[in-house]
Design a protein. Structure first.
Length: 423
């Protein structure tokens, strides 16, 4: 039996007997499965330490968060880069990271530094960097013949800002082992810009095991920053010599603690991956909706009410029975005459004419009319007379002429004239 692997196409070429091929196929069916993925939701939060949190976040969060149990585990020896004056800690809770942020936001100021969400294959690493690259001179060479003048400098670019690196490993029990490297660094200001810049960093490196869907809180990274402020009367406090009598200088030391909240979720198939993507879209839409409400409240005064525009009513559309554009022209009724028609049997009497409701119907005969001059005329008129229509008269649609033709002037029908047309 011989097996040849083709890496570009990720295939195996097997030369074997039928029995050997069945054994190899059973083994491949067992091991050749799609690799699982892990959705890592991380939130890096900077918490201001006040009187309620003077001992740190760990002692405040011990016990419960709004009824949610928490398991406390000190991890002083598992963190690299944390000194003995600022030991680390770890909290595990079966709740989202938002519960911890809401609990801390009730007592102090919380600043979310970064909230990366990454999908990582099992046993693969993911690294996110949000910040700047700072050039740092690592080596330099000089020429002694030219007074030790520097000729060549070796520059190395150093990533600063928020750096997050994670490597998940899925265990058979369903838990996830995470190798985490978290760093928040910045360049300090210095008087001489020619010197190598000083980088201040808070770095956390650890390996933890978290159950699927649970949240682990890592913290203990303290920082103290001094802020100098000036308060006093305008203009007078800025006068040289006597300005100190009208103002004062304040020096405030602000203490903050950096905590990291991580929630791993195992994604086994495409349906779970699709559900995770839809959940992320829903969160983004909620954030956009909240931002829109905050913007509207901040821009508009509270007493201003924005009225929604009312759509205009649609214009009335006249219905027409004509295929072409037409105009409604009423017919003028003819005066009734008592004189008989000259040709009986082929025309109508003076009192009989067409109605305006339809072509071909004859108006009812009046109650009082002159008798016909000939008996034949009476017989002919009786053959074409119909019952009177109950429908009231209405205008007859007449085709409107084109743009070049001029309409003929309307004239009342003559006595005994039958007006017809195509409508």
């Amino acid at each position: 039996m011989r097996i040849i692997a083709n890496e570009p196409t990720n295939t195996l070429l097997i030369y074997a007997t039928e029995a050997e091929f069945e054994k190899v196929k059973n083994v491949l069916r067992t091991v050749d499965v799609p690799p699982k993925q892990v959705l890592v939701e991380a939130t890096i939060v900077e918490v201001g330490l006040n009187e309620d949190l003077r001992y740190g976040v760990q002692y405040y969060l011990q016990g419960s968060i709004k009824g949610l149990p928490i398991q406390v585990a000190l991890t002083n020896g598992n963190f690299n880069g944390i000194g003995p004056t600022a030991p680390g800690f770890g909290l595990t809770l079966d709740a989202p990271a938002k519960a911890v942020i809401d609990a801390l936001n009730d007592v102090t100021q919380v600043n979310v530094v970064s909230a990366p969400n990454v999908m990582v294959l099992n046993n693969q690493s993911a690294r996110l960097v949000v910040g700047d690259q700072v050039p740092i001179a690592t080596q330099s060479s000089s020429d002694p013949l030219q007074g030790n003048q520097v000729i060549v400098n070796t520059i190395e670019l150093r990533d600063t800002g928020v750096i997050f690196e994670v490597t998940p490993r899925i265990n058979s029990s369903g838990s996830v082992q995470l190798d985490i490297v978290q760093e928040v660094s910045s360049v300090k200001r210095q008087a001489d810009p020619t010197l190598t810049p000083t980088i201040s960093q808070r770095k956390l490196s650890s390996s933890v095991t978290v159950e699927n869907g649970e949240t682990i809180v890592l913290g203990g990274l303290f920082s103290t920053q001094g802020n100098v402020g000036r308060a006093g009367l305008p203009i007078l406090s800025e006068l040289p010599g006597i300005g100190g009598a009208f103002g004062r200088t304040t020096d405030v030391n602000a203490r903050t603690e950096l905590i990291v909240l991580i929630s791993p979720k195992i994604v086994g198939d495409k349906f779970q991956a699709r559900a995770a993507t839809n959940e992320m879209r829903r969160r983004i839409q909620e954030l956009r909706f909240e931002d829109a409400n905050v913007y509207e409240k901040a821009v508009l005064p509270p007493d201003v009410v924005v009225e929604k525009p009312v759509p205009a009513a649609p214009l009335p559309v006249e219905r027409s029975d004509c295929e072409q554009p037409c105009a409604m022209i009423p017919l003028t009724p003819s005066p009734v005459s008592s004189s008989p028609l000259p040709h009986a049997g082929t025309s109508f009497k003076d009192s009989e004419r067409l109605t305006t409701s339809s072509i071909g119907k004859v108006a009812p005969k009046p109650t009082e009319s002159a008798p016909p001059s000939k008996p034949g005329a009476t017989k002919a008129a009786a053959t074409v007379a119909v019952k009177p229509t109950v429908q009231p008269p209405r205008p007859v649609p007449v085709a409107r002429p084109g743009p070049t033709a001029r309409p003929a002037p309307a004239s009342p029908p003559a006595v005994g004239e039958l007006r017809t047309g195509v409508y």
